[in-house]
Design a protein around this ligand. Sequence first.
Ligand code: ACO
Length: 315
Amino acid sequence: MNAVPIGFGVALPKKCVKNSDLPKDLETSDEWIISRTGICQRYIAENETTASLASEAAHNALKYANISKDEVDLIVVGTVTGDYTFPSSAAVVQKNLGISRGVAFDVNAACSGFIFALDVANSYIKLGKAKCAIVIGAETFSRIVDWSDRSSCVLFGDGAGAMVLQAQEDTDRGIKSCKIYSDGNYADCLFTSGGVSTTQNAGFVKMRGREVFKFAVEKFHELLNDLLHENHMNVNDIDLLVPHQANSRIIQKFIELSGIEEKKVLINIDKYANTSAASIPLAINDVGARFFSGGNVVLLSMGAGFTWGSALIKL
Ligand code: ACO
């Protein structure tokens, strides 16, 4: 049994904030942000929430896939910025879509949330425990950044992306491999300064930027080498590579190390900034039909934990 992507959809907040629109007292500049990160603008939630964006993205993905909500028996949301401590954002999505069967839950893997959620859904489908899954990455990081800390708040944006996976037999299309990893020894490189059981609030994003940068480059390179080795491929066999969008310089360094043709690697951080778990599905939406046009698509992620993961999808 293969898990085959049959649709995708996204949702963005209405408000777009360009670098030049950021508060003047941040003492940052369009030039600094673009040259250090590649970011030109981000979308910031006002009336929207993580679950409302996730629901809209899921609705759009179902429409793209042209299937009824009644076929869905699994919803997995990758997020660290849920609407509530409980219920899960996935449960809220389930309610918003009018679905009352199957199972819905969240996974917490920060910027790797989409690939972790994809791995869960792929495993459910392969085991015969689900036939139709919606995998969602959704975040509102604008609510947990410290807007007085220029070294982190300028990096993030809000949004959501969803992918519908269908169980299909007798096909070589679908998810060929999905690998996820974590090492909690790096927890103090990227974390929030609070939580329910410690400060009774969500806290703010804290980051050791240089360590994160270095680790992301190394892991993207290692993940790709392992994926190619295990699937008996070389870098030229890849048709499209979608890395998590944390910083365009991280992606450029990875391109140099891996030797992959630059035109095959998607970079869209200029438009959305780092949307954490939403960044990969937002990027897939940006390539649109190219994602479904056949060939080997590779997804790579790295996030807080540290967590990291890869997926190879044949379409
Ligand atoms: N505007 C202007 N100046 C700034 C800003 C800003 N927004 N932020 C920091 N600076 C200043 C610093 O104060 C410092 O000034 P100083 O030299 O007078 O002390 C100077 O710029 C250099 O700061 P560094 O932190 O050394 O800058 P660096 O080149 O390392 O870039 C950055 C910082 C962009 C955060 C980089 O380390 C990075 O991208 N790291 C990866 C982190 C990341 O992507 N995190 C996202 C979440 S994790 C994930 O998604 C995988």
